[in-house]
Structures are given as structure tokens and as C-alpha cells.
Design a protein around this ligand. Structure first.
Ligand code: ADP
Length: 322
């Protein structure tokens, strides 16, 4: 059997462009992937290895002064699977390479500042994948639906957010990927019911989840406005069908992987001289240590060579498939 792969990448199929309508959105679809769940999980594991390598290159280059930064914004209604993205997608890379920030109801201190204050403070540093679990978009979503501030306050925020993001991309070396996870109303009922049915899920349940669910049409309208008004050329939205968790995770993995592939980063070239350093290290070894070290190197050489070749092949393939 041929190996399953994307027929069209999420960078193309999920991007919210002009005329995108949430009302017509099929949350159970799996755009670009027809091979099903088992194949997706296998593919994702391989992708995870690539993602992890690319993140390490990203980190290594940042250490050498590459100023580029990467931010993944994840929004979604309750039960959309935001936590699963953190666990299952970002969980595939080194935790030291991830900068996670969650945004809940603003604290008193946060409320005393402009709504972008707490967001700015959480922006990732170069070399790390910044993950926002909820974001500044709550300030035009929950805030709008729940009338937490009057319309003349939230209305100008769309433009303000666009300008703020544009500055990050054009002047602060950011790449921004915005993901809206969209489950169907029916799937949300199953997920909420599951939470109530299971003792170990009660902690995830909040009675206000049902209040929010009752306002589903209002939230859809607010999300539609976000997609219409803030999916820009510099920071586009990707709307991810989220009824199949495996698909949502696969798609977000691909979006991240493609962004890092786009950075085209080699391993940094060291400033020190390899031959000199090898000699210096050797001069500190006893005779026995030299022997043991040589034996260990002989054993790993083949393995390392093979792994590098595999990785280079995977990157070349991924670039071709873009
Ligand atoms: P989650 O539901 O994502 O697991 P929490 O239980 O901490 O996490 O919920 C976060 C809550 O904070 C959500 O109800 C969200 O709407 C709310 N929230 C986030 N940002 C804001 C904001 N700027 N203003 C008001 N409420 C917010």
C-alpha cells in the first residue's frame, strides 16, 4: 500500500479567505486528507520527528542571533480541542522549545491595562514556538457576545489588532499562524455530555459552558466577524474542522511544520575550529579514555549519518510537497 499523504496542504485548504462562511462550514470534513485516522496518526508521528528537528534548528539559529519568532494562536469554542493541540502537537517537540501562554478572564492587574498589554508580555522569544491558548481575540469574541464593553469600544479593536499584528510581522520578525478550531454543535453536545458522564472529566466542566453553548449563534457571528476582518495577508486565519480530533491535530502539525520549513534554516556554523577542538579534547584524555571514546564514536557514526540523511530527505520531500 502506498504511504498516505496530504492531497492538498492545510496552508491552502483551510485558509479563511474572502467569502468564507462559517454557516456553511462542515466541521466533520477532513480537507486534503482522505486516508483516515490510523494513517493520520502514523503520518503525524513521522511529522512530529521532523517538526522536532526543525524546532531544534530554529532554537540553535536563534542562539546564534537569528531574530525570527513564531507564534501559533489557537482559538475555539469550549471543547474545540485547544488543550489537545498543546498536548499532542506541541507535545512532540522539546518542552524547552515551546512558550505556552493561556489567557483566561483578565485579572485585576490586567484589567487596569490596555487589553494587548498581557498579550505583548507573553510573546515568544526567538527560537521558541509560542503557543497562545486563547488570545487577544477574546477581546472581540467573549467580550462582544457578553457585552463586557460597549460596541464603540470593541468595534475599533479589529483594526487595532490588524495593525498590531502587522507591526509584529513587518518589524519584529514574527510569523503568526492563527488557528480557529471549529467543532459542530452536535459534536460539542457529545463532548460536554462525556465530561458530565466521567468522574475524571468533571474538573474540565464548568456550568457556564452550557450558557456559552446557548449563545452558539452569537459566537458564530462573532467568529465570522473575526475571520472576515482579521484574516490578513501577514497573519491569516486557518479554520480547522474539529469534529475529528485526529484531523485537527494533524492539520495544525502541518501548519507549524510548513512554517518552520519556510525558515530554511541550516544548522549554525560554529565559530570555533573543529580540528583544533578535537585535538584539545583529545589532549585531556587518558590512554584508556581515548580507546573507549573511539569505540563509542565508531558505534554511533553510522547511526548519526543515517539519521541525518533521513532528515535531509524528509525536508526535501516536504519542501517539494508545499
Ligand atoms: P478554558 O475554557 O480555555 O479551558 P478557562 O476555564 O481558564 O480555560 O477559561 C477561560 C475563560 O476566560 C473563558 O471563558 C474565556 O472566554 C475567558 N476570557 C478569556 N479572555 C477574556 C477576556 N479578555 N475577557 C473576558 N473573558 C475572557
Amino acid at each position: 500500500m502506498a504511504k498516505a499523504k496530504w492531497s492538498a496542504l492545510p496552508t491552502q485548504t483551510l485558509r479563511a479567505g474572502e467569502g468564507f462562511s462559517l454557516a456553511d462550514f462542515d466541521a466533520s470534513a477532513t480537507p486534503g486528507w482522505s486516508a483516515g485516522k490510523a494513517a493520520a496518526e502514523k503520518f503525524m508521528a513521522a511529522r512530529g520527528e521532523l517538526l522536532s528537528e526543525l524546532q531544534e534548528r530554529f532554537f540553535a539559529n536563534a542562539k546564534e542571533g537569528d531574530p525570527r519568532k513564531l507564534l501559533l494562536v489557537v482559538q475555539g469554542l469550549d471543547t474545540a480541542g485547544k488543550g489537545g493541540i498543546a498536548r499532542h502537537v506541541l507535545g512532540m517537540v522539546d518542552p524547552q522549545g515551546v512558550q505556552l501562554a493561556s489567557f483566561g478572564v483578565p485579572t485585576e492587574e490586567e484589567r487596569a491595562h490596555h487589553y494587548l498589554w498581557r498579550i505583548e508580555r507573553a510573546l515568544p522569544t526567538p527560537g521558541k514556538i509560542g503557543l497562545f491558548d486563547r488570545s487577544h481575540y477574546e477581546d472581540v469574541l467573549v467580550v462582544r457576545v457578553e457585552n463586557l464593553v460597549p460596541q464603540d469600544v470593541w468595534e475599533p479593536r479589529y483594526e487595532e489588532i490588524n495593525a498590531w499584528e502587522r507591526n509584529l510581522v513587518e518589524n519584529e520578525n514574527f510569523t503568526i499562524i492563527k488557528v480557529a478550531l471549529m467543532p459542530s454543535h452536535a459534536e460539542q453536545s457529545v463532548r460536554l455530555a462525556e465530561r458530565l458522564a466521567r468522574r475524571d472529566k468533571w474538573w474540565k466542566y464548568n456550568p457556564s459552558d452550557v450558557d456559552t453553548r446557548e449563545k452558539w449563534p452569537d459566537y458564530l457571528e462573532a467568529y465570522q466577524a473575526v475571520l472576515d476582518r482579521t484574516s490578513t495577508d501577514v497573519a491569516p486565519w486557518y479554520v480547522v474542522p474539529a469534529d475529528h480530533k485526529w484531523y485537527a491535530r494533524l492539520a495544525v502539525t502541518e501548519l507549524l511544520t510548513q512554517a518552520l520549513i519556510g525558515f530554511e534554516q541550516e544548522w549554525p556554523v560554529p565559530e570555533w575550529d573543529l580540528t583544533t577542538e578535537k585535538k584539545r579534547l583529545r589532549s585531556t584524555m587518558t590512554k584508556e579514555e581515548r580507546k573507549a571514546t573511539q569505540a563509542a564514536l565508531d558505534g554511533t557514526k553510522k547511526k548519526v549519518k543515517g539519521a541525518i540523511a533521513d532528515f535531509e530527505k524528509a525536508v526535501a520531500k516536504a519542501v517539494k510537497g508545499r
